[in-house]
Design a protein around this ligand. Structure first.
Ligand code: RFL
Ligand code: PHB
Length: 390
């Protein structure tokens, strides 16, 4: 078999790249380890930057997002028993974010791909990129007991943090940067109306909490829990009590409780692999970098990587120029590191750290106090939250 671009991974990065390539006639095949149903059952991101929204429109999959997604002009940070609104729209000269679940984004992209007839292989086992440091790379995989080989021009490693692409690169060619936080987020989804129209990020002596949503009748809530905590130790009742204890009382009263339909714990990590290109293999999205979810940047960074990678590949095929693919790693990493900084800062400012001590508490308090008194500090927060320019 032969194609122009083999895409490993059918998450948002792989599906978005595949659709943009297909739309301009560049042949591609997606190889995904999991089943379609498994990919669609993962509950993850919820907040899209305008740049991500624009890319989904460009890919031709924006219609349902504009119908069902919730545009948000701001969000709240709660601390010291009070809520402070970050007016994203005013602070950024008219920008906003879109609340629309990653599950929906993935479903829209999968449906569009099925309509266009582009090839995807789900439950592809033992996917392996080969010879990407030469002129003739290929990818092998197993399906139903048979080994297949796909020859290609390029391989896009969009296979997430635990994927095979980054691990195929010799250790001596890659630099890894990592910070692991001593806590995770316990998250639930419940079929109840959200506590308010906008998101609330809460800094509380008991730990961080976040009120988010998927729609006007479906809520997404998180509380910070220590590393090692077990989901089974958290009944719905315990979760709701803990969430309400971390919110200002007026907000706690707005929380409608109900049975959870999903409950899981996500660890928090910052991670970057450099560079993001190895010959004819490109890494994109979580395969190359992870941010803690506090800044809502993970999926958005996957989209901005694809912006640069797609532009580079299109230039290569349409204009016979390698300038875009040569610039890919540098351009992507410049944006990645700024989102890493922002997500790290949001995490440090809003969570309780076990070794924070009295000094750390005072500094965090001063940071938040300053934030709400300074137009400059608020603007820094707002322009990063809505997404830096590509
Ligand atoms: P994905 O989504 O992990 O997709 C990778 C795909 O590759 C497949 N795969 C393989 N396929 C073939 N062979 C192999 N060897 C393979 N190994 C893996 C996997 O099965 C999978 O289908 O990566 P991608 O496309 O880079 O997308 C990244 C995003 O999923 C991620 O950054 C976000 O979900 C992060 N994130 C958030 N991002 C935001 O922008 N806004 C948010 O509000 C937000 N909230 C979150 C989040 C992530 C969370 N968790 C659970 C980590 C909230 C949470 C709780
Ligand atoms: C979510 O709705 O899942 C969500 C929202 C904002 C974040 C992280 C996750 O910062």
């Amino acid at each position: 078999m032969r194609t122009q671009v083999v895409i490993i991974g059918s998450g948002p990065a792989g599906l978005l790249l595949g659709q943009l390539l297909t739309n301009c006639g560049i042949d591609n095949i997606i190889l995904e380890r999991a089943s379609r149903e498994h990919v669609l059952s993962r509950i993850r991101a919820g907040v899209l930057e305008e740049g991500t929204v624009g890319m989904l429109d460009e890919a031709g999959v924006g219609a349902r997002m504009h119908r069902e997604g919730l545009p948000h002009d701001g969000f709240d940070i709660a601390f010291d028993g009070r809520r402070h609104r970050i007016d994203l729209h005013r602070l950024t000269g008219g920008k906003r974010v879109m609340v629309y679940g990653q599950t929906e984004v993935t479903q829209d992209l999968m449906e569009k791909r099925a309509q266009t007839g582009a090839r995807s292989v789900y439950q592809a086992e033992n996917v392996k990129p080969h010879d990407f440091d030469g002129e003739s790379p290929f990818v092998t995989y197993e399906k139903d007991g048979t080994t297949h080989r796909i020859d290609c021009d390029f391989i896009a490693g969009c296979d997430g943090f635990h994927g095979v692409s980054r691990k195929s690169v010799p250790e001596s060619s890659i630099d890894l940067y990592e910070r692991i936080y001593p806590f995770g987020w316990l998250g639930i989804i419940a079929e109840v109306p959200p506590a308010g129209h906008e998101l609330i990020y809460a800094n509380h002596p008991r730990g961080f909490a976040l009120c988010s949503m998927r729609s006007t009748h479906r809520s997404r809530y998180y509380v910070q829990v220590p590393t090692g905590e077990k989901v089974d130790d958290w009944t719905d009742e315990r979760f709701w009590d803990e969430l309400r204890a971390r919110l200002p009382s007026a907000s706690a009263e707005q929380v409608t409780t109900g049975p959870s339909i999903e409950k899981s714990i996500a660890p928090l990590r910052s991670f970057v692999a450099e560079p993001m290109r190895f010959g004819r293999l490109f890494l994109a999205g979580d395969a190359a970098h992870i941010v803690p979810p506090t800044g809502a940047k993970g999926l958005n960074l996957a989209a901005s990587d694809i912006r640069y990678l797609f532009d580079g590949l299109r230039e290569y095929y349409e204009e016979k120029s390698a300038a875009g693919i040569d610039a890919y790693s540098g351009r992507a990493l410049a944006r990645v590191w700024k989102a890493e900084r922002f997500s790290w800062w949001m995490t440090n400012t809003l969570h309780k750290f076990p070794d924070q001590g009295a000094f750390g508490q005072k500094i965090q308090h001063a940071e938040l106090d300053y934030l709400f008194q300074s137009e400059a500090a608020l603007t820094m927060l707002a322009e990063n939250y809505v997404g830096l320019p590509y």
